[in-house]
Design a protein around this ligand. Structure first.
Ligand SMILES: C[S@@+](CC[C@H](N)C(=O)[O-])C[C@H]1O[C@@H](n2cnc3c(N)ncnc32)[C@H](O)[C@@H]1O
Length: 205
């Protein structure tokens, strides 16, 4: 067993949390808000009909749009209520409940590797801190040798960007590109958000 994710600890403390989150995104969609920035970014990176994993897909906002764009998408999330909503609100991808710290898609009948793995919406700050490196290792192992993994999260969420980049290197990733936003602004010392485009690299000895 792995340490419970911070997200599921929140859900345990407040059983209405998942529905609140689902409804928040439904309301934004009804209001016509742009919820597609991350999906546009990933679509621009991917060949047509790419195999894409949305790691921590939540209610399917990113995964669903990528499936609509013609990609073969798998979404994994630890929260069963969010996965149920994903199937209702954004059908198309294959959605699975699972903790990324135990990610082993071949054992669930889904072949690796993926051309692009995306983890948007601060997922890495909601996992249990003790599982961060293991999650990155598993993402690296599910990423094609010539594939990319894109991870985005904000500052001031108890996961320093430098620590994340060290953890990514430990897990076997090399940095391709660091950005400060999903609309391609550069990452600087003042950035309050990081979008890291990682490629499989050398594992540390
Ligand atoms: C703020 S939500 C973002 C959801 C989605 N990526 C998006 O951008 O709309 C954070 C998500 O991380 C998921 N999560 C947190 N820890 C996880 C873990 N260990 N394994 C899988 N999913 C996890 C939560 O269940 C939740 O759906």
């Amino acid at each position: 067993m792995v340490e419970q994710s911070l997200w599921m600890q929140k859900v345990a403390a407040d059983p209405g949390h998942s529905q609140w989150y689902i409804e928040r995104f439904r309301q934004m969609a009804r209001a016509g808000d742009d919820l597609a920035g991350e999906a546009r970014f990933v679509d621009a990176m991917a060949a047509r009909g790419a195999r894409i994993l949305d790691a921590g897909c939540g209610p399917g906002r990113v995964a669903g749009l990528l499936a609509t764009a013609g990609h073969d998408v798998v979404g994994v999330d630890v929260d069963p209520e969010l996965i149920e909503a994903a199937g209702q609100d954004h059908p198309g991808p294959r959605y699975l409940v699972g903790d990324l710290a135990e990610l082993d898609l071949p054992s669930r009948g889904i072949a690796e590797p993926f051309d692009v793995i995306v983890s948007a919406g601060n997922v890495m700050t909601f996992v249990a801190p003790s599982t961060r490196v293991e999650i990155l290792r598993r993402l690296r192992n599910h990423c094609a040798d010539d594939g990319r993994t894109v991870i985005g999260f904000g500052a001031d969420r108890d996961y320093d960007f430098d620590q994340f980049l060290d953890d990514a290197a430990t897990a076997g990733f090399a940095v391709d590109l660091l950005l400060g936003t999903w609309d391609l602004r550069p990452f600087t010392g003042d950035s309050d958000f990081l979008v890291a485009v990682l490629r499989p690299g050398q594992r540390e000895a």
